[in-house]
Design a protein around this ligand. Structure first.
Ligand SMILES: NC(=O)c1ccc[n+]([C@@H]2O[C@H](COP(=O)([O-])OP(=O)(O)OC[C@H]3O[C@@H](n4cnc5c(N)ncnc54)[C@H](OP(=O)(O)O)[C@@H]3O)[C@@H](O)[C@H]2O)c1
Length: 283
């Protein structure tokens, strides 16, 4: 953690935007069978299908539950099977809050996927097509960060995990899902960036590099999309998640919770249109 080496609070004051995470060793790289949760559709207006990566905790989970509560259909993936199973019933309960028996029943899809694995993401895409659960919106949220360290002290496997998850994981999603969306000539893709994708900080150089890459990847790929689609990068702000706690320690508690962040983020994401293509946005 090495929190004594520099003053995060001071850094925060000067930069206003930040983030961080715990580098836990990643487990199972293969996609597992899809779990389906029945839920009630809702809401006047467009009910959307939103695919979110990294839903086991933090921002991804809070966003998934907020969308389900609003009557949208969630396709969620991450690696921890135990947390996915819990999320499955939480999504169902969240949807039932907005349940309206006069509306069609929708299904949330929860799947064990490691975004670093091209074949795992390919299996997710195959399942989505088989189920005809075509996403209107994709949020490439799964991410990780190196433990606080100067670049020459960051172990090679940690550097690799940050690049493999944040950059290659996003690219794996784009590889398999842009063709699916492009066929329908519609779809919004949100690539989770960071304040540190637009500024820099000591001790998180691998993470900064990965999020600057997400910004560049997004701007370039946006130019390749067919009309009707959009891709944006999104800095979520500073939120008290496990990732932030690993960077900020107890100071993370000074920041907003994922539950208070999710309604703002959901409204913003649901209102994106093709006119936003290529934008760098902030919640
Ligand atoms: N919190 C902030 O203040 C903040 C600020 C700026 C940007 N962000 C960005 O927002 C996103 C979410 O951050 P967070 O704070 O919610 O982090 P978090 O609490 O650490 O959650 C990260 C999520 O990503 C999943 N994940 C990690 N590696 C994965 C992989 N290889 N395949 C599939 N899923 C994976 C994790 O689930 P499993 O471990 O179960 O797979 C978990 O659900 C990240 O992209 C982060 O960089 C956060």
């Amino acid at each position: 953690m090495h929190r004594g080496r520099f003053n995060y609070s001071k850094q925060l004051q000067s930069q206003k935007k930040v983030k961080c995470s715990d580098m836990t060793t990643p487990p199972l790289p293969t996609a597992k069978a899809m779990n389906i949760v029945g839920a009630a559709a809702t809401a006047a207006g467009a009910q959307k299908t939103v695919l979110i990566t990294g839903v086991s905790r933090g921002l991804g989970k809070a966003l998934a539950l907020e969308l389900a509560k609003r009557g949208h259909t969630v396709i969620g993936c991450s690696r921890s099977q135990e947390k996915l199973s819990a999320l499955q019933s939480e999504l169902s309960s969240a949807s039932s809050i907005s349940s309206d028996s006069s509306k069609n029943i929708n299904e949330h899809l929860v799947m064990n996927v490691d975004v670093r694995s091209n074949s795992s993401v390919e299996e997710l895409a195959r399942s989505v097509v088989e189920k005809k659960a075509f996403p209107d919106i994709i949020v490439n949220n799964a991410g990780t960060i190196n433990r606080n360290n100067r670049i020459w002290e960051v172990p090679m496997d940690e550097f690799d995990a940050v690049i493999d998850t944040n950059i290659k994981g996003t690219a794996n999603m784009l590889r398999h899902f842009i063709p699916i969306m492009a066929e329908k000539k519609q779809g919004i893709i949100v690539n989770m960036s960071s304040g540190w994708g637009r500024s820099a900080a000591a001790q998180v150089a691998p993470y900064c590099a990965s999020k600057w890459a997400v910004e560049g990847l997004t701007r370039a790929a946006a130019k390749e999309l067919p009309p009707g689609m959009a891709m944006v990068s999104l800095n979520p702000g500073v939120i008290n998640t496990e990732m932030l706690q690993s960077c900020f320690g107890s100071s993370a508690a000074l920041y907003q919770t994922p539950d208070s962040w999710a309604p703002k983020a959901a409204t913003m994401i649901l209102n994106l249109t093709s006119a936003d293509n290529g934008a760098s946005l902030t919640v």
